[in-house]
Design a protein around this ligand. Structure first.
Ligand SMILES: Nc1ncnc2c1ncn2[C@@H]1O[C@H](COP(=O)(O)OP(=O)(O)OP(=O)(O)O)[C@@H](O)[C@H]1O
Ligand SMILES: N[C@@H](CCO)C(=O)O
Length: 290
């Protein structure tokens, strides 16, 4: 049996729309075993238990890249990453499927090749890069070639994923964005994004607080999350910093204090008892064969 472990990923980090992504300590697993039938899938909603399943689609793409026939396979999913909540559940599927195929046929694809394939499936590299490499990743696509660099996040930083009991569709969250942006806003975003990566390395919470403020997507997307204003108020009253994780609905709080992270969770639970909340650290390893 081949078992792949993939971390959840939090894309954008405010000003890094479609470029920045962070791997965090929440994990899903996919196992691949020989099967008498073409395909069996367990561990997910019956609507995903067919050949359209994203893990299987990525497994097939991996086999094709390796120029191998697609074997009969049983895929067993152990899922902790909530679906369509902005924590990279689709990146988990894509990376697990590709790495499953790669391990099945002797691990001949390297991480750069896996990242190129994963980005072709996912459409943007911000989640799949940290899902493969761990840490904080900054990525861009140069023709078909994905370039990615990694930043070691300062260990003093704590991340709290506040996960609403409702989904936000990535498709809708992309479709509501304006088609154009001014030079002034582009300059604002570039300066802030570069400074933000340094602030994460340094663990400089004051710099993170200003550098993370986005003008490109959060002002529009926050309207898709009805509880955004109250959640932001609760986090800021606890001296935390809030951004929309991926395309939402998860709101990620950042603090440099263990106790504050726990207080944020306790206060959020008072107003939103149905929400899930996880106190997370940065995953520095990325996806692994376990
Ligand atoms: N455990 C799972 N089993 C089967 N399919 C899954 C699973 N997790 C994710 N998926 C697939 O991924 C899709 C969700 O992708 P989507 O991009 O909407 O959300 P996300 O990746 O969680 O959010 P974001 O990209 O903002 O972090 C689902 O519709 C499904 O096709
Ligand atoms: N960068 C993507 C992440 C979600 O897949 C977005 O914000 O739409």
């Amino acid at each position: 049996m081949i078992k792949i472990k993939v971390p959840a990923t939090s894309a954008n980090l405010g000003v890094g729309f479609d470029c920045l992504g962070l791997a965090v300590s929440l994990y899903s697993y996919a196992s691949f075993t020989e099967n008498s039938e073409k395909l069996t899938i367990t561990g997910c909603d019956p609507k995903y238990q067919n050949t359209d399943n994203l893990i299987y689609q990525a497994f097939v793409k991996g086999c094709q890249a390796l120029e191998q026939d697609v074997p009969n396979v049983k895929i067993t999913i152990e899922n902790q990453i909530p679906i369509s909540r902005g924590l990279g559940s689709s990146a988990f599927c894509v990376v697990a499927g590709l790495m499953g195929a790669n391990a099945w046929f002797g691990n001949t694809l390297n991480k750069e090749q896996l990242l190129d394939l994963a980005t072709q499936i996912e459409g943007h590299p911000d989640n799949v890069s940290p899902a493969i490499y761990g840490q904080l990743g900054a990525s861009f696509i140069d023709h078909q070639d994905v370039q990615t660099v990694h930043f070691q996040v300062h260990p003093s930083l704590h991340f709290v994923a506040l996960i609403p009991d409702y989904q936000v569709s990535t498709e809708q969250a992309r479709s509501i964005l304006p088609k154009e942006m001014s030079y002034q806003t582009a300059i604002y975003q570039i300066g802030h994004a570069v400074a933000l990566t340094k602030a994460f390395e340094l663990g400089d919470l004051e710099l993170i607080k200003t550098a993370i403020i986005d003008k490109m997507h959060e002002p529009f997307r926050s309207k898709l999350i009805p509880d955004y204003p109250l959640a932001k108020k609760i986090v800021e009253e606890n001296s935390g910093i809030l951004y929309i994780s991926g395309s939402g609905s998860t709101l990620m709080a950042i603090t440099n204090d263990n106790h504050t992270a726990d207080n944020i969770i306790a206060d959020i639970k008072k107003d939103f008892p149905a929400w899930e909340a996880h106190h997370l650290t940065v995953d520095n390893q990325g996806a692994t064969v376990v």
